[in-house]
Design a protein around this ligand. Structure first.
Ligand code: SF4
Length: 424
């Protein structure tokens, strides 16, 4: 390797990717690299890709072109989900020097030692079936809220999803390791941890995907509650069939777990849920929401929904709209279905025209806006605790209440990473 000493990162996609990039950066710093901002000149650029984003390929090409214009001599490494799924495609992008699959992404420094510019598009990847082992990750100093990865991979096989192919089988950290990370983060001054995973509720499968340590997600949150110094936890997302009454009741009386849930629904039509191979039907989803709201009327509930899935008729979509309309949830994350190679959904018919998919997306985004407005209004006049973040955004500072209402107010340095009683 040439004298590569500085490294810059760019992350696409989810919170898990952010926490992994953060960990890879720390590992490389230990190996003697100095971290740079992505916009600065660096000897090595690492792009951590996502397979869920539309145009992953286009985005990746654009980023590589930008790097080439700025520093044509630097090495470009592509890793992450998209790199695992489409290594050849990525390797053929001009300017890419190294493509690292899921098993190799925490090994970048080692691979760099054996690489020089011009080794065009070297691929280090293996079949996803062989990917095992769990790499703990958390983001530190990147955000006030820290994303702590406790689980990876997924054993479900939803018909639209490529994640199991990109990340492999479900496996998790142990409770003792997670709590030890939480202690470490508390000592570093972190106030809020977002527990992150691909299928969080499935926590408990061992490092190699076996059910060896017999621990559960419920056990994990009980142990984390005891960690002094961490004032807030959030559960990034949990499948409705795994969100048990035990978990809901625990959060309702917890001092540290925030009244905030993010629960993927994907469709309000049982027919479509079946075609998606989801493991619940809408009645169960409704029950989960009602249980949360009966114990925590102030809780925020976020919902993922996919529109335009093959076979989704106007009536099916209407059913989803009506279901969400009547559900006491606070905001929606709306995704437009798009075809993914090697998924079962590709065989389903009829395909929904792209323009219709976009119209449906817009309708649900409008509904989400109304839900969020309503939820915020409902809490007007109340005093809630806000954790302020560090960025100065044009003279403003931002923070979130316990129940995830965003507050923007003129910047005050002394509020950074502090919890402030706030009248809404
Ligand atoms: S639960 Fe379904 S959507 Fe989520 S990662 Fe697993 S297969 Fe994909």
């Amino acid at each position: 390797m040439t004298a590569a000493k500085t490294v810059a990162f760019h992350t696409l996609g989810c919170k898990l990717n952010f926490s992994e990039t953060s960990t890879i950066a720390r590992m490389m710093e230990k190996e003697g690299f100095e971290k740079r901002q992505f916009e600065e000149a660096a000897d090595v650029y690492v792009i951590n890709t996502c397979s869920v984003t539309d145009n992953a390929d286009k985005e990746c090409r654009q980023l590589v072109r930008r790097i080439q214009r700025r520093s044509p001599e630097s090495l470009v490494v592509i890793t992450g989900c998209y790199a695992q799924l489409k290594p050849q495609e990525i390797a053929s992008i001009p300017g890419v020097d190294l493509v690292l699959g899921a098993a190799e992404k925490f090994n970048i420094a080692h691979h760099l030692r054996e690489l020089s510019k011009g080794d065009s598009g070297k691929i280090c990847s293996c079949d996803i079936e062989q990917v095992s082992g769990f790499n703990s990750s958390f983001s530190l100093n990147d955000r006030t809220r820290t994303f702590l990865k406790v689980q990876d991979g997924c054993d479900y096989n939803c018909s639209f999803c490529t994640i199991p192919m990109a990340r492999g089988k479900s496996r998790s950290d142990t409770i003792s390791k997670v709590t030890s990370h939480a202690h470490q983060l508390a000592a570093a001054g972190v106030k809020e941890i977002v527990l992150t995973g691909i299928n969080l509720g499935d926590f408990g499968k061992g490092e190699f995907g076996d059910i060896k340590h017999g621990e559960t997600f419920f056990g994990l949150i009980q142990a984390l509650e005891e960690v002094e110094g961490i004032e807030r936890y959030r559960i990034s997302s949990i499948e409705p069939n795994l969100l048990s009454s035990d978990i809901i009741r625990f959060v309702a009386q917890s001092r540290r777990f925030m009244p905030h849930f993010h629960v993927p629904l994907q469709s309000g039509s049982d027919k479509i849920l079946g075609m998606m191979r989801r493991r619940y039907r809408k009645d169960l989803y409704r029950e989960r929401v009602e249980e949360i709201k009966s114990l925590m009327p102030h809780a925020a509930i976020g919902v993922d929904v996919i529109v335009g899935f093959p076979g989704e008729t106007a009536d099916d979509f209407r059913e989803t709209m009506d279901f969400l309309h009547g559900l006491d949830v606070s905001y929606l994350h709306v995704f437009t279905y798009s075809e993914r190679d090697n998924t079962r959904a590709l065989e389903l018919k009829p395909v929904v025209p792209v323009t219709v998919r976009h119209e449906r997306n817009k309708m649900l985004r409008n509904l989400s806006y109304m839900k969020m407005q309503y939820f915020t209004k409902l809490h007007e006049g109340q005093t809630r605790k806000v954790l302020f973040e560090s960025q100065n955004k044009n003279g403003m500072i931002e923070g979130y209440t316990d129940n995830y209402i965003k507050i923007t107010t003129p910047y005050r340095r002394e509020w950074i990473n502090g919890i402030v009683e706030w009248k809404l």
